[in-house]
Structures are given as structure tokens and as C-alpha cells.
Ligand binder design. Structure first.
Ligand SMILES: Cc1cc2nc3c(=O)[nH]c(=O)nc-3n(C[C@H](O)[C@H](O)[C@H](O)COP(=O)(O)O)c2cc1C
Length: 362
């Protein structure tokens, strides 16, 4: 990458990265290799702490430090995971630069992280969730438009970004549907200080996702087919349709409950979750959405389905979470190529726009 190409915003100072390009946490995908590749390419990576085994998480943190020469990076966690406290302690002990999360951590938890100098940047899909997150103490907000991958909201990036930028006083990062330099520039035009991408980083040669799964991502060329389903865990989740989703769509409520309980037990065994913790997760789910018992049980175990596609190389038997942008990505580049192309294209488009608007505004 040419040293003369620079796109920087105050977010880069806050996160300690060269470019305002963030690799988000993706279960089973965002391990130390992907985070190190992103970070070494000048971006900022988040380790997906929710799907890394409790006894491996510290080694993963140390591996990123080693591979990057101690460059700043972040850790993602969910308050409902049994080892949430362990992740918070590790983030502080290893002086990580940032944490990302969904809903959950209260003022006390966020205060502890902020006191340790950690940037707290939740991902939200609606304005009211951004406002709530700031009330709890977040100092950066990532907004994910509905076109984004994994769990997602219904408001598209073009509406959500300006809505949140206008309503909050902290830096906003735009996620959902980004993959190139035009997107970075557009997000900055809306007032965001950077972009965060999941699907684009999943579809790189650095992600470690099995080839058989990546082939399916590359073969998906129609954005409208990358759909939202509630069947996996009761929450809206955007994914590439496959045999497993078809089976769920055809299954009776009883069969779905049976599958859900089986997966929940596997997840419980894999994470070392106690029965008491599993029941408290179930109780919380029931309180938040008492609509369907099967879906509530599944909320605790959706990661098992992602694991089949992302690590086991069985894309027909699991879930293929993806943003609609997957349809626009035709090849697997390295993180270095992805980020350097984004920066170069943003600079190029900036020059074109300067010419255009210079003439138009004169
Ligand atoms: C395969 C996959 C797994 C994901 N897993 C997580 C996760 O574990 N935690 C999380 O907060 N977000 C997760 N997400 C959401 C991403 O972090 C990110 O917000 C989203 O992909 C952004 O939209 P994009 O895919 O259009 O870039 C996942 C997304 C994908 C595609």
C-alpha cells in the first residue's frame, strides 16, 4: 500500500489503528489468525470471544499480540455466556483496546471497562438501542443496518446511520452492507467515522473458513436470496438459505423443539455451562419473547449450527450467516488486499467527488 494513501478519522486515534476499517466479531470465524491479519493490514479486529473455549481464550489473545507485535485489537463478548466475567477480566488484564457486545452489560460493568481505558463499542440495529447503550456508558456506537449478516434489525444502513449520527454525541461506526471504498466514503459522508464489516472479512483467504463453505458463499450472486429467518433461534438472522434452513421451514413445531433441545444440550456440554446458568438463560429468553418455546431454547445454542458450517466444513447441515453484500463479493482476497483496495478506492472516489462537487458548487 502506498504511504501517500491515508484516510484517517478520530476513531483511528481512539482505536490505535491506521485505517477506519473494522473487522467485526463472527462466531467461529474471527479467531486470532483473522484478527491478526486485519490488524497487520492497518484495520482493527475483534476476537469472537463468545465461541472460543474458555480455556483457549487467553492463548488466542496472546497469539494476536505475538502475530501483530502487540498492535491494538478488541474482544467481543455476550453477557449471557457462562464465562462473560472471565472475558471482561482478560480484556482488562491484557489491556485490550476495545470490547464489542450486544445488549446486556450494565453501567457498573461498562464503568469498570472504561476505567481501564477500554473503548466500549456495542453493535445496535435501532436508534433506541443506541440511546440505551450510550446511557449505559458506551463511547463508540456501531450501527448495523438490516442488510448486515448474522442477527440483524430491519432498518437499512442508509436510514440508520444518519438517524443515529444525528442523535448521539459519540463516534458512530457504520456496519451492514459494506465491502469497498465507495461504502467507506459514503458512510463518512453520512457522518460515520469508519466502517465495520463481517461478511467481507469472512470471505477472505485469511478467515480459515473451510473451502466447501466458502464456495457456497462465492456462488451466491443474488442479494435478495440472502434472507432473514427467525427459525434458527427466534431472532431475525440473515443467512444464505441451505438444506438445513429448508428442513427447519418444513419441520413441525415439535420437531423444531426436539432439535433445539438436542443442540442446547450439546452447547451446554461444550461450554461447560451449569444447569443453573442454562435455566437462567432460558428464563431470560422466555421473559423477553414468550412466543415460542422452541425458539427460546434455540437462543442458547445457535452457535452450534454456525460451527458446523464455519469449522466442521458441513455447510448443508448448519447455518450460513451472511450479509446481503456476500452477493457482491466474487473472490477471496487477503485482508491486506481487501483493506488496501478499500483505502485506494475511497481516495480515488474522494478525488472524483472533489472535482464533481467543486464544479457543481462553484
Ligand atoms: C458468520 C457470521 C457470524 C457472526 N457472528 C457474530 C457474533 O458472534 N457476535 C456478534 O456480535 N456479531 C456476529 N455477526 C455479525 C457481525 O459481527 C457484523 O455485525 C455483521 O456481519 C455486519 O454486516 P456485514 O455482514 O454486512 O458486514 C456475525 C456475522 C456473520 C456473517
Amino acid at each position: 500500500m502506498s504511504d501517500s494513501l491515508e484516510i484517517r478519522t478520530p476513531l483511528c486515534e481512539l482505536l490505535g489503528c491506521r485505517y477506519p476499517v473494522i473487522q467485526t466479531a463472527m462466531g467461529w470465524v474471527a479467531g486470532s489468525s483473522l484478527v491478526a491479519a486485519t490488524t497487520n493490514a492497518g484495520g482493527f479486529g475483534f476476537l469472537a470471544g463468545a465461541t472460543i473455549a474458555a480455556d483457549k481464550i487467553e492463548a488466542e489473545i496472546l497469539r494476536v499480540k505475538e502475530l501483530t507485535g502487540d498492535k491494538p485489537f478488541g474482544l467481543n463478548f455476550h453477557m449471557f455466556q457462562p464465562n462473560a466475567q472471565q472475558l471482561l477480566d482478560l480484556a482488562i488484564a491484557h489491556k485490550l483496546r476495545a470490547v464489542s457486545y450486544g445488549r446486556g452489560p450494565d453501567k457498573k460493568v461498562i464503568g469498570r471497562l472504561r476505567d481501564a481505558g477500554i473503548v466500549c463499542m456495542p453493535t445496535v440495529g435501532a436508534l433506541k438501542h443506541a440511546q440505551k447503550a450510550i446511557e449505559m456508558g458506551a463511547n463508540v456506537i456501531t450501527v448495523q443496518g438490516g442488510e448486515g449478516g448474522g442477527h440483524t434489525g430491519s432498518v437499512p444502513s442508509t436510514v440508520l446511520i444518519p438517524q443515529v449520527v444525528d442523535a448521539v454525541q459519540v463516534p458512530v461506526v457504520a456496519a451492514g452492507g459494506f465491502y469497498d471504498g465507495r461504502g467507506l466514503l459514503a458512510a463518512m459522508a453520512y457522518g460515520a467515522q469508519g466502517i465495520a464489516m463481517g461478511t467481507r472479512f469472512l470471505m477472505t483467504s485469511d478467515s480459515g473458513v473451510p473451502e466447501v463453505t466458502l464456495k457456497r458463499y462465492l456462488a451466491t450472486r443474488e442479494a435478495e436470496k440472502i434472507q432473514i429467518s427467525y427459525l434458527v433461534d427466534g431472532m431475525p438472522q440473515r443467512m444464505i438459505p441451505n438444506e438445513y434452513l429448508s428442513m427447519l421451514e418444513k419441520a413441525s413445531p415439535f420437531k423444531r423443539l426436539r432439535i433445539a433441545v438436542g443442540l442446547a444440550l450439546q452447547w451446554k456440554a461444550q461450554t461447560g455451562m451449569t444447569m443453573q446458568h442454562a435455566l437462567s438463560v432460558l428464563w431470560q429468553g422466555l421473559r423477553e419473547d414468550p412466543g415460542s418455546a422452541a425458539q427460546t431454547v434455540m437462543a442458547a445454542n445457535a452457535p452450534m449450527l454456525l460451527q458446523r458450517s464455519m469449522t466442521d466444513g458441513k455447510p448443508a447441515e448448519g447455518v450460513m450467516s451472511a450479509g446481503q453484500v456476500a452477493a457482491l463479493i466474487g473472490r477471496l482476497d487477503s485482508c491486506e488486499e481487501v483493506i488496501s483496495r478499500i483505502v485506494a478506492q475511497a481516495c480515488e472516489r474522494q478525488a472524483v467527488l472533489n472535482k464533481l462537487t467543486g464544479a457543481a458548487c462553484a
